[in-house]
Design a protein around this ligand. Structure first.
Ligand SMILES: Cc1cc2nc3c(=O)[nH]c(=O)nc-3n(C[C@H](O)[C@H](O)[C@H](O)COP(=O)(O)OP(=O)(O)OC[C@H]3O[C@@H](n4cnc5c(N)ncnc54)[C@H](O)[C@@H]3O)c2cc1C
Length: 419
C-alpha cells in the first residue's frame, strides 16, 4: 500500500519507519527543511513510563485557578482569551478531572508508554541508533517530607501497575546522584524509577530517518499541507504548496496542527498546544552535573544530561499557537537547574528553546482510524511524545497492515471524545 505520513516529528518518522518495516511504500510530507524541527527538537529527553500521570486530576481545577495569577506558574491557562478552541478543550479537560477518569487515563497512557519502551529497545537491537541514550533510570527529587510522602504514594501506585520504584532517603538520594550534594537547596529524599531511559529525541529522529531513507521511505521536506481532499467518505489526496500528493492511505502526525487541517472534514480533534520551554548548556564540570535524569517535582522541571550538554525543560502555557519565546517563562527553569547543579554549566551561555506540546484533555494520545476509511491518526502525545513514539507507531502500523496490535487500542482512538 502507498501511504502518506503527514508530519516528520518523532511521531511521523517512527510511524513511517514502522509502516516501511511492514512492507508499505511510504512518503513523508513535512513543511520544515528537516525532521524533528518543531516540538521534537529540544525536549526534556526523558523516556519515562513513570511520568504518565495525567494533568487532569481532581485537585487540578483549584490548582490551575491559583496558578492563573502567577506569571511563573508551571501550568498557565489563559481562559480569558477569546479562543473558543481553548474553552472547548478546557471543558473536556474539566470532565476528566475525576478520580475515576484519572485512573482510566493513567492506565491508557501507561499502556502505550510501557509498550513503547519495549519497541524502542527492540529497534535499538536491530539498528545502530546513536542518540546519547542512557538507561540508568530517572530520579525524582523532593524538598520536604510532605512532597516525599506524595512521591511514595505515587511509587506505590506505579508498582501496582507493574513499574517498581525505589524509595530513597536523603543519603540514598546523594548516593544515587552525588552531584546533588552541591545543591543550594535542601533536599529531603527521592524515588528512583529504574527502568526509565533518556536520550535526545532530535538525534533519534534523524538517525531513524536515515535508516528509513536507506530503505524505501521518501521524505518530501519544505512542503506544507494545505488541505485533505475527500470523496465518498475517503481521502483522495492532499493539497500542498507543491501540488497534490495521492496515496492509498494517509496518517496525520501533525501534533498541534492536527485540528486545523481536520476541521474542514467535519472531524473535531481536541488537541490544544501547551507551550513548554527548555534550555541547553554545555557541561563545564562532569562531576558537578547529574549522571541520571532528574525530575524536580517541586519545580516541575526535568533535567537531563544529553552527551556533553545539560538540558532542562518545563512549564506549560495554554495560550494558543504562538511559538515566540518569552524569557520570563524560561527563567524559572534556569534558576531551578542552577540551584541544584550550580557548578555544572555556565548558565549565562544557554541555548533557549520552546515548543508546542500537542495536548489532549485526557493526556492520552489519539491513535487509530477515523470515519474516513483510509485516514488514520497518530497525534496528541502531549508531554510524552518521545516516550510513546515507538509504541504508538508500531501499534498503528500493525492496525493498518491488518495485524493485531500487541497492545489493546481500545480507548485510544478519536471516537472516545464522541461517545
Ligand atoms: C519543553 C518540552 C519538554 C518535553 N519533554 C519531553 C520529555 O522529556 N519526554 C517526552 O516523552 N516528551 C517530552 N515532550 C513532548 C514531546 O516533545 C512531544 O510530545 C513530541 O515531540 C511530539 O511529536 P510530534 O511528532 O507529534 O510533533 P512535532 O515534532 O511537532 O511534529 C509535527 C510535525 O508536523 C509538521 N507540520 C505541522 N503542520 C504541517 C503542515 N501543514 N504541513 C506539513 N507539515 C506540518 C511540523 O513542522 C512538525 O515537524 C516535551 C515537550 C516540550 C515542549
Amino acid at each position: 500500500m502507498r501511504i502518506v505520513v503527514l508530519g516528520a516529528g518523532v511521531i511521523g518518522v517512527t510511524t513511517a519507519q514502522a509502516l516501511d518495516a511492514a512492507g508499505h511504500n511510504v512518503v513523508v510530507v513535512e513543511r520544515q527543511s528537516g525532521a524533528a524541527e518543531e516540538t521534537s527538537f529540544a525536549n526534556g529527553g526523558q523516556i519515562s513510563a513513570a511520568h504518565t500521570t495525567p494533568w487532569a486530576a481532581p485537585h487540578m481545577p483549584f490548582q490551575a485557578f491559583k496558578w492563573m495569577f502567577q506569571t511563573d506558574a508551571p501550568l498557565l491557562i489563559k481562559p480569558f482569551r477569546l479562543d473558543p478552541a481553548l474553552w472547548r478543550w478546557g471543558l473536556r479537560f474539566l470532565a476528566n478531572c475525576t478520580s475515576e477518569r484519572e485512573t482510566q487515563n493513567f492506565e491508557k497512557a501507561l499502556r502505550v508508554a510501557k509498550y513503547s519502551r519495549a519497541v524502542l529497545q527492540s529497534l535499538r537491537q536491530r539498528h545502530a541508533l546513536q542518540y546519547n541514550q542512557t538507561s540508568g533510570g530517572i530520579l525524582y527529587i523532593y524538598r520536604d517530607q510532605a512532597a516525599a510522602l506524595k512521591g511514595k504514594d505515587m511509587a506505590a501506585k506505579l508498582a501496582d501497575f507493574g513499574l517498581p520504584q525505589t524509595i530513597l532517603d536523603r543519603d540514598g538520594l546523594f548516593a544515587e546522584e552525588p552531584a546533588l550534594t552541591r545543591s543550594q537547596e535542601p533536599l529531603f529524599g527521592g524515588v528512583l524509577s529504574p527502568d526509565d531511559e533518556t536520550g535526545d529525541a532530535h538525534s533519534f529522529t534523524l538517525a531513524l530517518q536515515k535508516i528509513s531513507k536507506k530503505s524505501r521511505v521518501t521524505f518530501q521536506f519544505g512542503t506544507t499541507v494545505k488541505a485533505l481532499i475527500t470523496r465518498n467518505g475517503e481521502i483522495t489526496g492532499i493539497a500542498t504548496d507543491q501540488g497534490t500528493i495521492k496515496a492509498d492511505a494517509y496518517v496525520v502526525c501533525l501534533a498541534s496542527n492536527t485540528p486545523r487541517l481536520l476541521k474542514p472534514l467535519g472531524l473535531d480533534v481536541p488537541i490544544y498546544p501547551a507551550k513548554g520551554y527548555s534550555m541547553t548548556a554545555a557541561i563545564h564540570s562532569g562531576s558537578a552535573a547529574p549522571s541520571r535524569s532528574i525530575t524536580d517535582e517541586g519545580k516541575f522541571v526535568v533535567i537531563t544530561r544529553i552527551g556533553n550538554s545539560l538540558r532542562a525543560a518545563g512549564t506549560a502555557e495554554l495560550a494558543g499557537w504562538d511559538r515566540s519565546l518569552n524569557p520570563k517563562r524560561l527563567a524559572p527553569i534556569i534558576q531551578a537547574t542552577q540551584s541544584l547543579f550550580p557548578d555544572a554549566a555556565d548558565y549565562n551561555q544557554i541555548e533557549p528553546w520552546c515548543g508546542l506540546r500537542p495536548a489532549t484533555p485526557d493526556s492520552v494520545p489519539i491513535i487509530g482510524g477515523t470515519p474516513y476509511a483510509n485516514l488514520f491518526l497518530n497525534t496528541g502525545h502531549g508531554t510524552l511524545g518521545w516516550t510513546m513514539a515507538c509504541g504508538s507507531a508500531q501499534a498503528l502500523a500493525d492496525l493498518m497492515s491488518g495485524r493485531t496490535p500487541e497492545i489493546d487500542l481500545d480507548g485510544l482512538g478519536l471516537e472516545r471524545f464522541n461517545s
